[in-house]
Design a protein around this ligand. Structure first.
Ligand SMILES: Nc1ncnc2c1ncn2[C@@H]1O[C@H](COP(=O)(O)OP(=O)(O)OP(=O)(O)O)[C@@H](O)[C@H]1O
Length: 282
């Protein structure tokens, strides 16, 4: 179990994470979605143990092995190294043509012919498969995927998502998927956490978020994902400034600043209160 409790990360005047409480259960894929600047990458770095929280608690077993798949394989793969050496990196660079490397390549659908090739000789989809093989080779306990398909052609994105889904099923991987791609999150993840300006505004099982999103910000993300116009605000349910239709006169909406943090509860579907609820207006 990996847990964040009341986590805050502050960089100067920027609050990247604000009172985040959530868990990732063994074998679970938790997706974290939100726009650019919402705090997703910061959360990923904390989960990888690369950064310490400003306040709050991060708990995971000290022996947890983590691995990371970056957004753009052309940036993350060393162009001067062979595929075999790249995949062997987490093993200390040993065994570039050894069995673990071959097995990792096989698991991502690549054969031994790629072992001696340089990344530039491969397609974008094959390069991302190489970075997934590198992440898997040392059998991590937690895999962090940062926008793993967004640098790929749309036709290849579906194949890589399918691969990740197959790997989850075969290996029972525990993973954190960071993305702004809500359909990808709904496809791959068991649960989705929605971040806005560092705050957790909604969290729940993927089908609940996809079919029954409650927070106006999540609804706006969904509408954008499927190319619909933004949903009309419901006058009976006033949004907060985190949604597109808050009528608060100051931004960010003071109601949101003081809204209680969501205390994530297992498989439950939790939503940050709207403005009116937060202000106690009936
Ligand atoms: N090292 C840092 N120093 C200063 N500010 C930072 C740092 N890292 C993140 N931030 C700020 O924290 C906030 C959250 O950034 P973060 O990169 O986590 O968001 P994100 O959702 O991952 O965005 P993107 O999708 O663009 O990567 C932003 O306001 C960002 O400018």
């Amino acid at each position: 179990m990996i847990e964040l409790e009341d986590a805050r990360m502050v960089y100067g005047a920027n609050v990247a994470l604000d009172r985040i409480t959530l868990t990732v259960a063994p074998g679970e894929c938790l997706a974290v979605i939100g726009e650019s600047g919402s705090g997703k990458s910061t959360l990923a770095r904390v989960m990888l143990g690369q950064e310490r929280l400003t306040s709050g608690t991060f708990r995971r077993d000290g022996r947890t092995r983590t691995a990371y798949v970056a957004q753009d394989p052309s940036d993350s793969l060393n162009p001067r190294m062979s595929v075999g050496r790249i995949v062997a990196e987490p093993l200390g660079g040993r065994g570039a043509a050894g069995e673990p490397v071959r097995a990792a390549l096989k698991a991502v659908g690549l054969d031994d012919a790629v072992l001696t090739r340089r990344p530039a000789a491969l397609s974008g989809g094959q390069q991302q498969r190489v970075s997934i093989a590198r992440a898997l080779v040392a059998r991590p306990d937690l895999l962090v995927l940062d926008e793993p398909t967004s640098a790929l052609d749309p036709s290849v994105q579906a194949q890589v998502l399918q691969l990740l889904q197959d790997l989850r099923a075969q290996r029972g991987l525990t993973s954190l998927l960071v993305t702004h791609d809500l359909p990808a999150a709904a496809y791959l993840a068991d649960r989705i956490a929605v971040l806005h300006r560092g705050r957790l505004v909604e969290i729940g099982p993927s089908p609940a978020i996809w079919n029954d999103a409650r927070h106006p910000y999540t609804r706006a993300l969904l509408a954008a994902a499927v190319g619909d116009p933004l949903p009309e605000p419901d006058p009976g349910e006033q949004a907060c400034s985190l949604g597109p239709y808050c009528t608060a006169t100051s931004a960010p909406c003071p109601a949101i600043e003081t809204a209680p943090a969501l205390a994530e509860a297992g498989a439950g579907h939790l939503v940050m209160p709207s403005c009116t609820e937060s202000r106690g207006v009936s």
